[in-house]
Design a protein around this ligand. Structure first.
Ligand SMILES: Cc1ncc(C[n+]2csc(CCOP(=O)(O)OP(=O)(O)O)c2C)c(N)n1
Ligand SMILES: [Mg+2]
Length: 771
């Protein structure tokens, strides 16, 4: 048998080249070889991939340990798949079907790709930040004895340089610093190009300052070994080189050796004469592309030197499109090589036509054993982890007692009771809030379970015996992770905590609270959490104009519409405490159910008289999205359809109108989201031959054929007005369409038409149309 004659560095360089080829070929195949039936652009990013194949080779085939997790720059997805292809964990068919139905996804996806993807990416910035929160969750789990120290890993984000403009990265940096976050490597592919052009020069000395001031180690990999040696020998040349603006540097990389020569002759002149003499054009081009992020020795050295747990930012200088004909061109972001260029590259590698997919094709007999051995030794997780489900027993959750309650207060009491009862559910719940813990009624839970911090933080007010209802000390046993006011961070924290089962083998039941209007602030991060199938409960309170005197800027209008269009998140909006208890019980189960999802509870601070229940008949309906709070007659001409905090107005109007409108019903809607889903899926099932009416169809068909609906919610009226489309019933929609303002409830409900008078008028209109 042949003995490996190559060093690991040489093997890594071969693998770098192979990754560059395979990622480019995967994209090329999808665009130029595979049949294109509809003429749509397929796309892919050969230049962005080529920019970081060296970094990824050094990482995946050298630096990563089996427990390490990586968020890959979205448009370098094909490199990740090429790595798994070389490791034998990705199939050729999947690569051939890149961006095709069921094939490799355009950007790494945890749920859809067949290879283990630690974090989905796509919306730049979010993949970076989630690594910080995942590291925090790892600390949380080990501190709580829910994970072995030996299973700990490092969290790596591979970042585009333009990605660093995303503000959410700095929000995470700040929050991470507060929590003394560790075991992070953020590696910037510093190719100084964005999508549109080359990036601005001015920020770059700033990034290291920003990170250093947050306690990070910053490692700049500007030069490869050869370039460094050449420039160190020639200080004037070095000084000239270091002053080149991004755009000029990129242009030179594109233009190549002769351009370097004439610029240096012109601008450095005599001191560089010997240097120019000693290097022909080809050598010049090769030398100046020897940047740190393409130099395997430098990368391996830098990774080996950062083995402690200090969070580290690597700024690895690279060239976008390194090694490809459009290297450095400002327009290369979505650039694709043409078939002639690909064929030339293939020939230059010595790969025969038709053998393009062969993983180690044309690697010589001397080098091959070393490369194969290195692939064998690569310790990254080879298999997609199976999700951990079904480990949290959720007992029945009783409704808080009290004739008058708000849903927000009821939420606080429910979690308090869970905390007091103890057991696995209480232990697995982790709560978090962006500085609104107390004002969203999580305070009592925190008093019971404490704040989480790796190192203890004393409650100075308690120590000084200053009276306060709220305990505020932190230990590594605490179960509430307090965040600063950055809602993006809340959702990223929920995403990380909601993936704990998958990432670490122990499922948590994360509950996050915020004010309903500020969901909008973190919307992309919320979508990102759902996209990855993270499981959590989001409690949004207060909501609507019902917060009265605090109104105006804090009055949410459209979140129910957002929820209606958000996959992976079910919206519940209870009016009564017993509904909320039932919803929380189910929401906690859904966290732990393979077919479950996350839940958004839209709550209110309004104290509402609770209804008397004859039995539990309401419960199933409430969990499916609606139930008759007052049953209609078969001949009924109208129904009031109400949601959440305005239920007292709906009940009062029902009392008042039922004489005039015989058989008037009152439908309590607890989830427009679930009703809509049920409706559309029943429709789709009918096309498949299954005739089963949906929940909402069954409910509305209890009314007379020509009955009309008065819908009312403290939210955009479109949240409920669509119900008219289910059976073709007419609708008079009430709700909030303008910005709110301060006032008491009677005033606000009158102005915004959420009161009994508005319901009566709307009902009259419907009846009139009937007549
Ligand atoms: C939130 C978000 N906005 C815009 C985009 C579109 N987009 C994809 S890549 C990119 C530029 C990335 O440049 P850089 O981060 O430097 O990566 P490079 O390709 O240069 O490695 C943009 C604007 C996106 N994916 N996500
Ligand atoms: Mg870039």
């Amino acid at each position: 048998m042949l003995k490996p004659v190559t060093t690991d560095i040489e093997s890594l360089k071969i693998l770098d080249e192979r990754l560059r080829w395979l990622s480019a070929w995967t994209i090329h195949h999808a665009n130029h070889v595979r049949d294109n039936q509809d003429g749509l652009k397929v796309g892919g990013h050969q230049a962005s991939c080529a920019s970081m194949t060296s970094i990824m080779a050094a990482l995946y085939f050298h630096a990563l340990g089996p427990n390490d997790r990586v968020a890959v720059k979205p448009h370098a997805g094909p490199v990740l798949h090429a790595i798994h292809y070389l490791l034998g964990t990705q199939s050729r068919e999947a690569l051939e079907n890149f961006r095709g139905f069921g094939g490799v996804q355009s950007y790494p996806s945890r749920t859809k790709d067949k290879i283990p993807v630690d974090f989905s990416t796509g919306s730049v910035g979010l993949g970076v930040a989630i690594t910080a929160f995942s590291s925090l969750i790892q600390d949380y789990l080990t501190a709580h004895g829910m994970m072995d120290e030996a299973d700990r890993g490092r969290f790596v984000a591979l970042i585009g340089d333009a990605e660093l403009d995303e503000g959410n990265i700095y929000e995470a940096l700040i929050e991470g610093h507060k929590h003394d976050v560790r075991n992070l490597w953020w590696i910037v592919d510093y190719n100084r190009q964005s999508l549109d052009a080359t990036s601005a020069d001015r920020m770059f000395e700033r990034f290291d300052e920003i990170f250093r001031s947050c306690g990070w180690r910053v490692v700049e990999l500007r030069y490869g070994k050869k370039l460094r040696a050449a420039l160190d020998a020639d200080p004037e040349l070095k000084s000239w080189f270091e002053k080149l603006p991004n755009a000029e540097l990129a242009a030179l990389h594109y233009q190549g050796g002769s351009a370097w020569r004439s610029r240096i002759e012109k601008e450095v002149g005599k001191p560089a004469a010997a240097f120019l003499k000693g290097n022909d054009d080809e050598a010049l081009a090769a030398l100046f592309t020897d940047l740190g992020g393409h130099c395997m020795d430098s990368l391996v050295e830098a990774f080996d030197a950062a083995q402690d747990d200090v969070p580290t930012l690597f700024i690895a200088w690279t060239i976008k499109g390194q090694g490809l004909p459009f290297a450095g061109h400002k327009d290369n972001h979505a650039g694709l090589m043409n078939p002639t260029q690909m064929a030339a590259w293939r020939d230059a590698m010595g790969v025969a036509e038709g053998r393009e997919w062969e993983p180690l094709e044309s690697i010589g007999a001397n080098a091959r054993p070393g490369v194969e051995a290195l692939l064998d030794r690569s310790r990254i997780a080879r298999e997609k982890r199976s999700r951990s489900f079904g480990k949290i027993e959720v007992p029945a959750i009783p409704a808080p007692v009290g004739d008058e309650q708000s849903t927000q207060a009821a939420f606080g009491r429910i979690v308090l009771e869970i905390a007091k009862a103890g057991g696995i559910l209480a232990d697995r719940i982790v709560t978090t809030s962006p500085d609104v813990t107390v004002s969203t009624n999580l305070g009592a839970w925190v008093n019971q379970r404490g704040l989480f911090r790796r190192s203890e933080v004393a409650d100075i007010f308690a120590k000084e015996k200053i009276a306060s209802a709220q305990k505020w000390s932190a230990t590594n046993e605490g179960q509430h992770i307090e965040l600063g006011i950055a809602e993006n961070n809340l959702f990223l924290m929920l995403a990380a905590a909601g993936l704990a089962g998958d990432l670490f083998g122990t499922r948590l039941a994360p509950i996050g609270t915020l004010y309903d209007p500020f969901i909008a602030r973190g919307l992309d991060a919320l979508n990102y959490a759902c996209y990855q199938d993270a499981r959590f409960i989001l409690v949004a309170t207060p909501s609507g104009i019902t917060l009265g005197p605090e109104g105006g800027a804090h009055q949410s209008i459209n979140p129910p519409l957002i929820a209606l269009g958000q996959p992976g998140l079910r919206h519940y909006e209870p009016a009564f405490a017993d509904e909320l208890a039932a919803m929380m019980e189910l929401a906690l189960r859904l966290v732990d159910d393979p077919d479950g999802e996350s839940t958004y509870l839209r709550l209110s601070t309004r104290n509402i008289r609770q209804v008397e229940r004859q039995d539990d008949g309401w419960r199933d309906g409430a969990l499916q999205g609606a139930y008759w709070l007052r049953e209609p007659d078969a001949e009924s001409e109208a129904a009031i359809v109400a949601m959440g905090a305005v239920m007292p107005e709906a009940l009062a109007a029902w009392e008042e109108l039922r004489e005039d409108i015989p058989g008037l019903g009152l439908l309590s809607v607890t989830s427009p989201d679930l009703l809509h889903r049920g409706w559309t899926s029943a429709q789709a099932a009918r096309w498949g031959g299954e005739r089963k009416p949906s929940h909402v169809e069954r409910l509305l068909s209890q009314l007379g054929r020509n009955a009309g609906l008065v819908t009312i919610a403290d939210a955009a009226p479109a949240s409920l007005s669509w119900l008219g489309g289910v059976l073709g019933q007419r609708v008079a929609p009430l709700g909030v369409e303008r910005f709110g303002q301060t006032g008491n409830l009677a005033e606000l409900y009158a102005v915004y038409r959420l009161d009994g008078a508005a319901i009566a008028e709307a009902a009259a209109e419907i009846l009139l149309q009937n007549g």
